[in-house]
Design a protein around this ligand. Sequence first.
Ligand SMILES: Nc1nc2c(ncn2[C@@H]2O[C@H](COP(=O)(O)OP(=O)(O)OP(=O)(O)O)[C@@H](O)[C@H]2O)c(=O)[nH]1
Ligand SMILES: [Mg+2]
Length: 321
Amino acid sequence: MLASMPSEDQTLTRRLLDGDKRALARAISLVENDDPAGWELVREVYPHTGKAAIVGFTGPPGVGKSTLLAALTRLERERGRTIAVLSIDPSSPFTKGALLGDRIRLSDHFLDPGVFIRSMANRGALGGLSEATLQAALLMDASGRDVVLLETVGVGQAEVDIIDHADTVVLVLMPGSGDSVQALKAGVMEIPDVIAVNKAEHPLTDTMVREIKGVLALGPRGGWEVPIVRTEAVRGEGIEELADKMAEHREYIAAEGTLSERRRRNLMNEVLAIATFRMRRELEASIREDPEVKELLDRVVSRELDPASAATTILDARVSQ
Ligand SMILES: Nc1nc2c(ncn2[C@@H]2O[C@H](COP(=O)(O)OP(=O)(O)OP(=O)(O)O)[C@@H](O)[C@H]2O)c(=O)[nH]1
Ligand SMILES: [Mg+2]
């Protein structure tokens, strides 16, 4: 009898796929702690992913992303959809208080089995990308959530981010976040799919919307027109319109075939990012350990050999291994 009993891992996989919140929490902890069982779990459930609508929210600190997510979560629940929220904490002391705020705001949903909320530190070494956060999003998707909402702080830097794995990207701004508008204009920040101007009760909202329109008008015509939605997250104003625009965008890319294209590109980038990360780690180890590499570097330092030639030699040696 004992032999036919499912192992703990099998049960965990089953419970995760059945949408059990505690199983999902446990699975994410495994991945977060870099436990091999976590990676194994992702491998197993990966064929069940790809069904959730993944929406990424980005924008400067304090514009109201978490408040918006809480309001959207409430709305989506009213519409009968299940939700997972993943907040990526950039681990700066600046946001610690806000994170506590997130917990309080989202605490209405703690007892609801249809809502799962998690924050994770973005410990990634490579351009802000953390393998663990991506795996966590996959686990949320596999657990059968209809919608996965991601929150990251974006300050207009062109960093590799989990946001690249969203089907729909919402940029949240507030009146006065002119830096982000400049970043959009300069092409430092990619044009999002939807823009929310939050704290819309502010008198400078119209100016802000005008500025954004001006930037968008410089972009390519045709295709999806980026909607600008005014929201007041605290009072729940504009939330339905925002949810509708998110849904419209998703329908649009699904109909156009760009959803699968986008996912293909995102997954390709993910494979490349993980491979690059691992290769870099291996290379760094070999540089520390390999006396030939050390000698090569010494020659670069003494100006006998240029850096590019040294790199070629290191890579050639690896390929011929
Ligand atoms: N006046 C006003 N304040 C708002 C509105 N939406 C959110 N806030 C407030 O703005 C502050 C920051 O909101 P958060 O939701 O924590 O913002 P965030 O973008 O998630 O912040 P970080 O996670 O730190 O980047 C909080 O005090 C909110 O209550 C709004 O529509 N109007
Ligand atoms: Mg937040």
